[in-house]
Design a protein around this ligand. Structure first.
Ligand code: SF4
Ligand code: SF4
Length: 180
């Protein structure tokens, strides 16, 4: 059996920037004031009057090559089941080396002193649920799943729809794909 490789497809044609994914993530993961594991980016492209706007729900890209894991001196940052990048908070000293190495600004310091970030809601996935952001999204812009399974919805979307990853030149091999 092929090892699982979790990924997310973010449909920029469906996302309306409502922030429901951001709020549901904060609630699901009991994040403190000012702490976010996902966020919305809006970009305007073109020249007036031919303008287009792209809206993206962003989070940790759960990269295939992980500068954060390489930078972590304690082993707190690690790659877990399905390629999900996690932080073991009890091993984390809050040194911020991982934050400095992440090209995506996906990490932040929790008031309790450890570094925090998106987990793809692995605690929910292990119960057979999708991440909280996906469950809440009213436009079904988010699709999480196993990219190693060619029959999964995320595989179907990534294989059939044009898509991009953030900062491909960073050499991190992201597993969050933005459908365009
Ligand atoms: S909940 Fe869905 S539509 Fe709303 S901002 Fe998040 S991804 Fe976009
Ligand atoms: S802040 Fe924590 S997770 Fe990040 S590099 Fe330092 S010990 Fe590792």
């Amino acid at each position: 059996m092929t090892a699982r490789r979790y990924a997310m497809a973010v449909d920029t044609r469906r996302c309306v920037g409502c922030n429901a994914c951001v709020i549901s993530c904060k609630t699901e993961n009991a994040l403190p004031s000012g702490g976010f594991r996902d966020w919305i980016v809006q970009e305007v492209h073109g020249t007036f009057p031919d303008l287009t706007m792209q809206i993206r729900s962003e989070r940790c890209n759960h990269c295939g090559d992980t500068p954060c894991v390489a930078a972590c001196p304690t082993g707190a940052s690690h790659v877990a089941d399905g390629g999900v990048v996690l932080v073991s908070k009890h091993k984390c000293t809050g040194c911020k080396a991982c934050m400095a190495s992440c090209p995506y600004g996906a990490r932040w310091v929790h008031p309790d002193g450890y570094v925090d970030k998106c987990t793809f809601c692995l605690h929910r996935v292990e119960r057979g649920q999708v991440p909280a952001c996906q469950e809440t999204c009213p436009t079904r812009a988010l699709t999480f799943g196993d990219l190693a399974d060619p029959a999964s919805e995320v595989s179907r979307l990534v294989n059939r729809r044009p898509n991009l990853v953030l900062q491909p030149g960073a050499g991190t091999r992201p597993y969050v794909f933005f459908l365009t």
